[in-house]
Every structure is written in structure tokens, then in C-alpha cells.
Design a protein around this ligand. Structure first.
Ligand code: DGT
Ligand code: CA
Length: 567
């Protein structure tokens, strides 16, 4: 059983216990254990019982052992039966927590999600004490979301895709191989995984592919195309093509569909025909390119277009005019300015974060634990923050390889003020402001709140500006153009938060911000050393937003960065 599957079950147990009205520490213990497992770089089966794992005490350890050895957990099977399935189902709706689900069930005794929808449409939900019209509206919207085919987070899909890619690449029968589709374009959510190979022995490749360890179901097994279902019901398509048309197939199956349609229209105007087999002259059907993508784009009179840009957002015209941006790369990143330590809800010590940063080749990091009246993420209090500042100063004296900036992720209150004393704000190198509550204010108030925060002389960076959570929570209603204007005016930096369920600002939004002259920073928001690798997702967003090295604060060398931030 994979770490993620075990974590999913522990989270479900927590939901059930919460529904049952169990005391808080009991269900939170399961969530904490789930988080530990999600953040683990090793396989849980290899380390369980051998090393101390935060949040995993004896009782939970026994349960995990049972899951690993038998693939099932009797306790989970039992308590699952104690709660009506519809209540668990309701918790899958964005914005409905276990308590609300239970309240609705207890009052209306509904049996299906259709019943729930009926109840909402006939306004029976808003009459339940404690709910109201706002929740009713949110539930209707959430139900609509739930009906859409689920897209998976890039951060969940990519590790799985890379494993399959590696397994196939190691075969001597595989000549060329590439991921294609939305995953090659690094889109923030992915429907399915597309892989392309060339091979002299396709049967053998298909044989290996359909019997990979993580296969749950083989949907189709053919000589040129096979489809499997793996963990989390993720579909993977593998296509075997000829070497002479590998470039054309890769171009076609990378998409996007919109980019392909635009490119084909152009081909047609130029007297060519383009499909997954090659580029042909329209009148004689003579093939003129197909082995590589470069050759195809070149024949069409343009530079090769990085997959991240292939969304029909002006990239074809730019490629024709030799005006494509030189996109920022992971290796350009010199530090991470959004990190959480074990002073609050992070898993690792500052020393461990520093060691990991060195390993990544960084020049600097900032420790930015939560401050403010946050109940979710154990905010750091002021004496402890002072202690942390001294700790960091000491580390900086000892270690000259990495510069550690003091910092905090300060909660922005209802009015747009920072929830930290002026004295401390003045002491910190980097102040990240972020909104964590009252995300549903109206557009005007929310915009004013953010603009007010940006006008604060102590603020350095505005984190995850729209507050969206992918597949879970829509962005707040904000006039971003006004926000970008204010960021420019007050010389504030906006974050591309690289945490896989945030990716906020999004690709399109960071492009607009950049066009309006705003500087961006990519921060991982990592709560463990392992999550520092999320940087690549943030870089992907920046690339999809057409950004170059110069557009990103944390590509600067240490000296330049300090000059820029007046540290
Ligand atoms: P996804 O899977 O929804 O995350 O996004 P994609 O882009 O991977 O879409 P998918 O898997 O349906 O198809 C892979 C690629 O195949 C797509 O990016 C472009 C190409 N493709 C699929 N359908 C069409 C089509 O109707 N016309 C054209 N021109 N290309 C298509
Ligand atoms: Ca796909």
C-alpha cells in the first residue's frame, strides 16, 4: 500500500470520528498522522517502528501496520458502517465539513446527493439553524463542481507519471520516450497521463506497461495503444509510434487542443497539412517533416515552442516573430522565501531546512512561520518569534554558505492590517502578508482590504493572493488589476505559491501581473524538507505565465536581493 493511500484512509477515519462528535484531539491525531505520512520521503512500511514519526503513537502505528500487512483495517471497516454513507459523501463537496454534513443529515434525513440538491433548490437547507442562504448557495455550487469529472493535481500526478516513465525508459526495447498531454505542458490539474514511445518491439513494451506494479485495471491492451488505471483511478494512455513520425505525434499529443487547432489553421494557409504522422505538402501529400518537433516548427517558419506555452495565447505569433520569452528555469532559482519550521506547524528544524537548501544549491532562505490569531496553523507568539530571530542570527554567524532571513507569514485581518506588533515587523527581514479567513467578502471590500495591506510599509510579499484551493475553494472575488496596480505603486512583491493545491497566482494571473510591471516571487510554503521540491511546480506556473528570470525576485543573487529588499 502506498503512503498516499494509507494517508487517505487515516483522513477518512478522522472525518468519521468528527462526524460522530468525537473529542477534537482524537480526530486531529489521525489528520496529523496522515500529514506525517504524506510528507515522508521514504516508504512508510520501511520506517514504521524503526524511527520516531511525529504524530504516530502506538495505537495509530498498530493500525498502519495492519493496513500494510493485510491491505485492510478492521477498525476502519467497522466505523465506516456506523455513519450513513451519504454523510461521508457530503464531505466530498467543497465547503462542506463533517459537522455541516451531519447537521444536514440529522435534520433532513436525506439519502442521496440528489436529495440534497432538491433540498437546496427548495430552500429547505437555509432554514436549518446554523446554515443560512449563503451555505445553501455554496452547496449548490459545490454539487455542480462534484459532478464535473475530477481533475488531479499536477503535484499528485507527476510523481506517478515519472515512476511509470522511468520504468519504461529503463527497458532496452524502448528507444524514445516522452510524457505528452497536459502533463508535459505542466498544467495545474491533469485529467489523464499520456505517454509516447518508439520501439522495435511494441508487444514487449505493452506487456511491461500493462503489468506494472501500480496497475489496478487494464482497460485496453493493443499493439499501438494501451490504457491502464492506476492508484486514485488515474488513467494512463501509452502509445507506440514510428520513429519517423515521433516528432509529429509528440507535437499532436502534447496539445493543447487549442494550440493544435491554431497551428493547423496556419499550416493550411501555408499549403501544408499537419497531423500526428507528419507535416505534408497539401497538394502532393509529400512528407516534409515529422521526426522531431523542432523540424516541424522550423519548417513552419518559427522557433520551437516550449510545451508550457502551447495554449493558443499568442505563442504562435511570438514564435514566428522570434519573440518568445526565455523562460525562467528551476536552476535559476537561488532561494526559497516561504518556509515553515517546527517552531509552529512545520515538520523540520531550521537547521534541517538550511541543510536541504544547501543541497538544492540555494544561496538563501527565509523562515516564515505563521503569526496572528490563526487557530488552524498554531501561530507563533511574539516571545517565541523573538527567540527564533536570535536563533537565526546565531546560525548565520556559524554558517556562511546559506543566508537565513528572519521572517513571518503574518495574517492579514479583516481590515487589511497585519496581525503583528510594529516592533517585530520592524525587526524582520521579510514580512509575508496573507489572508486566511473571511475569504468571501464582496469584491469591493476584499480589493480594498488587499490594497490596504499592500500599502503597509512593513509588508514585503503578498502570499497566495487569491486564496484559491484547487478542486476545493474558488479564488476570492478580487479586482486583480487594481491589486496589481497597488503592488506596483507600493513596490510590493506578489507570490506564486508553489504548494500543489494552491498554485496562486495562477499562470494567466502572473502573466497579467508581470505585464503590469509587478515583480513576482516563487515560494513553496513548504512545511517539511520534502516539500521544498514543490519549487518546480511554482516555476512551471511562472513558465506558463511567460515569465523570465528577471521577472522573479528569488532568481537574484544574495547581494542583489538584499539591495532590492533593503535588508
Ligand atoms: P487533460 O488530459 O484534460 O489534462 O489534457 P490533455 O491536453 O492531455 O488532453 P487529452 O489527454 O484529451 O489529449 C492529449 C492531446 O491530444 C491534447 O492535448 C491535444 C491532442 N488532442 C486531443 N483531442 C484533439 C482534437 O480533437 N483535436 C486536436 N487538434 N488535438 C487533439
Ligand atoms: Ca491527458
Amino acid at each position: 500500500m502506498r503512503n498516499q493511500e494509507i494517508a487517505d484512509i487515516l483522513n477518512q477515519i478522522a472525518d468519521i470520528l468528527e462526524i460522530q462528535g468525537e473529542i477534537q484531539w482524537k480526530y486531529l491525531a489521525y489528520r496529523r498522522a496522515a500529514r506525517t505520512i504524506e510528507n515522508l520521503s521514504e516508504n512508510i512500511a520501511d520506517v514504521l517502528g524503526k524511527q520516531k514519526l511525529p504524530g504516530i503513537g502506538k495505537a495509530i502505528e498498530e493500525k498502519i501496520k495492519e493496513l500494510i500487512t493485510t491491505g485492510k483495517l478492521e477498525y476502519y471497516e467497522r466505523i465506516k458502517k456506523e455513519v450513513p454513507p451519504i454523510v461521508i459523501e457530503m464531505t466530498r463537496i467543497p465547503d462542506i465539513g463533517p459537522k455541516t454534513a451531519k447537521l444536514i443529515y440529522d435534520t433532513l434525513k436525506i439519502k442521496t446527493l440528489d436529495d440534497l440538491e432538491h433540498a437546496a433548490r427548495s430552500h429547505r437547507l437555509q432554514r436549518i439553524k446554523g446554515l443560512g442562504p449563503k451555505t445553501e448557495k455554496a452547496i449548490l455550487k459545490g454539487l455542480k463542481e462534484l459532478k464535473k469529472p475530477q481533475r488531479h493535481l499536477l503535484g499528485v500526478i507527476l510523481p506517478i507519471a515519472n515512476r511509470i516513465y522511468k520504468d519504461l525508459k529503463s527497458l532496452k526495447e524502448v528507444k524514445q520516450i516522452s510524457l505528452a498531454g497536459s502533463i508535459r505542458r505542466w498544467k495545474e490539474t491533469i485529467r489523464d497521463i499520456d505517454i509516447l514511445v518508439t520501439s522495435e518491439k511494441p508487444e514487449k513494451v505493452m506487456q511491461v506497461f500493462t503489468s506494472l506494479e501500480l496497475v489496478k485495471e487494464v482497460v485496453l491492451k493493443g499493439p499501438t495503444k494501451s490504457t491502464i488505471i492506476v492508484t486514485r483511478d488515474i488513467q494512463v494512455d501509452l502509445r507506440v509510434v514510428e520513429d519517423e513520425s515521433y516528432g509529429a505525434a509528440l507535437q499532436y499529443f502534447t496539445g493543447s487542443k487549442e494550440h493544435n487547432v491554431a497551428l493547423r489553421t496556419l499550416c493550411s494557409q501555408m499549403g501544408f497539412k499537419l497531423n500526428e504522422y507528419g507535416l505534408f505538402l497539401k497538394d502532393t501529400e509529400k512528407k516534409i517533416a515529422g521526426e522531431t518537433e523542432e523540424e516541424i516548427y522550423k519548417t513552419l517558419g518559427m522557433a520551437w515552442i516550449p510545451p508550457e506555452l502551447r495554449e493558443d495565447r499568442g505563442e504562435i505569433l511570438a514564435a514566428q516573430n522570434d519573440a518568445l520569452p526565455t523562460l525562467v528555469e528551476l536552476k535559476d532559482i537561488r532561494g526559497d522565501l516561504h518556509l515553515h519550521s517546527n517552531y509552529t506547524d512545520g515538520k523540520n528544524t531550521i537547521e534541517e531546512l538550511v541543510a536541504a537548501a544547501e543541497k538544492r544549491g540555494y544561496e538563501y532562505i527565509a523562515i516564515t512561520d505563521h503569526t496572528g490569531t490563526l487557530s488552524i496553523a498554531k501561530a507563533i507568539d511574539e516571545p517565541k518569534l523573538l527567540e527564533q530571530i536570535t536563533h537565526i542570527q546565531k546560525l548565520n554567524e556559524q554558517n556562511q554558505n546559506i543566508r537565513i532571513f528572519t521572517g513571518a507569514e503574518v495574517n492579514i485581518d479583516q481590515n487589511g492590517d497585519l496581525e503583528l506588533s510594529k516592533d517585530l515587523l520592524e525587526q524582520l527581514d521579510i514580512v509575508i502578508g496573507a489572508i486566511h479567513s473571511n475569504l468571501k467578502m464582496n469584491r469591493k471590500e476584499m480589493t480594498e482590504r488587499i490594497v490596504h495591506a499592500l500599502s503597509n510599509e512593513h509588508l514585503t510579499i503578498l502570499a497566495h493572493p487569491t486564496g484559491r484551493l484547487l478542486n476545493k475553494r474558488a479564488p476570492s472575488d478580487i479586482d486583480l488589476i487594481e491589486v496589481f496596480d497597488a503592488a506596483k505603486k507600493y513596490k510590493k512583491i506578489l507570490e506564486i505559491n508553489a504548494y500543489p493545491n494552491r498554485l496562486d497566482l495562477s499562470d494567466v494571473n502572473c502573466r497579467t501581473a508581470n505585464q503590469q510591471g509587478v515583480l513576482l516571487v516563487i515560494g513553496t510554503d513548504a512545511h517539511s524538507v520534502k516539500q521544498m521540491r514543490f519549487m518546480e511546480y511554482g516555476v512551471a506556473v511562472a513558465r506558463r505565465g511567460w515569465l523570465e528570470k528577471k521577472d522573479i525576485l528569488n532568481t537574484l543573487q544574495l547581494d542583489d536581493l538584499m539591495k532590492k529588499l533593503k535588508i
